[in-house]
Design a protein around this ligand. Structure first.
Ligand code: AFP
Length: 322
């Protein structure tokens, strides 16, 4: 079984990008340990602070963010970082080649119930001619990503990673601390009978999504003439991992619950990296209006509608919008 560095060299990934990926993973190994310690880690509570999203920060959110921020900014490879937990981008090495966006702990409302959580990251090259403290560096479409991945903190600690040459799974061998290649070229099945949505929002969805999900729930009694199963982990990292492993359709659609916040998931450090992984595995990742990775970001904390997963099922969902 291959360790991650030789596996990436086999894909001709530049050596400095391999080093940067290993830097991200060094922080994720520390996060994995602390998450695995549960209440013994002493950081399972909530802080008195809110992040820019207006969400109460869990202690593990803050610790995970600090671990990633520190190790990336002192690595020398990174010109700037942006994070769900940082109001704006944070400058690193003025001559750094890469910029990194991350959600340090996605699904943090699952921490207290010992359920799935993870770190999501997206790496792009720093554009020429912008200073390290200019957040506009991050306003690049997702097609500019050179690497994307997540580390899922579950019974096993699993890394899903792409550098544009397929999506691959690595498993952390906790006996020696290396991520080992455990599945090359993961492929999302084109068909599925499984979907993931927060059904409590259904009455706020736009009509096409309401009709599409109603037909899934109607099963053999409805237009689809077959039954579907539903899963909802409430951590994108867990739901997307299930889609990569056994197919499915995951959606967090636009809703009218709060007119000031029609979308929930963040483009730069949730939707774009997950879209890269899903597309490299043969799936689709779209809004009702087009491919997520072609969107031109206007803000580093921009939110977006997400419909992703098994190609034929995503296309079926989009047919309801015609
Ligand atoms: P938290 O990190 O605040 O738990 O949010 C997780 C998330 O951004 C995404 O990972 C989930 O898919 C989605 O929110 C869950 O949202 P609901 O709370 O509406 O289920």
């Amino acid at each position: 079984m291959q360790r991650i560095a030789p596996a990436l060299r086999q894909d001709n990934v530049p050596l400095d990008l391999i080093s940067l990926i290993k830097t991200v993973l060094a922080a994720c190994k520390e996060i994995s340990f602390r998450v695995g310690q549960g209440h013994l880690s002493g950081v399972m509570g909530s802080t008195l602070d809110e992040n820019i999203q207006g969400e109460v920060q869990k202690e593990l959110d803050v610790v995970s963010n600090q671990l990633l921020k520190d190790i990336l900014l002192e690595s020398g490879f990174v010109k700037a970082i942006s994070s769900e937990e940082e109001d704006t981008s944070v400058a690193g090495n003025e001559n750094g080649k890469y910029i990194v966006s991350f959600d340090p702990l996605d699904g943090s409302s699952n921490i207290e119930i010992n359920s799935l959580i993870g770190t999501i990251f997206s790496i792009m090259e720093a554009p020429e001619g912008m200073s390290a403290d200019n957040p506009d560096m991050f306003k690049q479409p997702g097609v500019n990503q050179v690497c994307a991945g997540y580390v899922l903190y579950g019974p096993a600690t699993i890394l899903a990673l792409t550098t544009g040459k397929g999506t691959h799974f690595y498993t952390l061998d906790k006996t020696h601390g290396s991520f080992m290649l455990t599945e090359r070229n993961v492929m999302v099945s084109e068909e599925t009978s499984e979907f993931a949505a927060n059904m409590s929002n259904q009455r706020f969805w736009h009509k096409p999504m309401q009709n599409y999900i109603n037909d899934l729930v109607a099963g053999t009694d409805g237009a689809r003439e077959r039954n579907f199963n539903m899963r909802w982990i409430a951590a994108m990292v867990g739901d997307v991992h299930r889609v990569l492993v056994r197919g499915g359709l995951f959606t967090y659609p636009a809703d009218t619950k709060d007119p000031k916040k029609p979308y929930k998931l963040r483009l730069m450090y949730e939707a774009n990296p997950m879209s890269f992984l899903i597309e490299q595995a043969g799936g689709l990742s779209v809004t009702s209006e087009g491919r997520i990775m072609e969107m031109q970001p206007t803000d580093i904390h921009q939110r977006v509608e997400v419909i992703l997963g098994s190609k034929n099922e995503v296309e079926k969902c989009l047919s309801y919008y015609k």
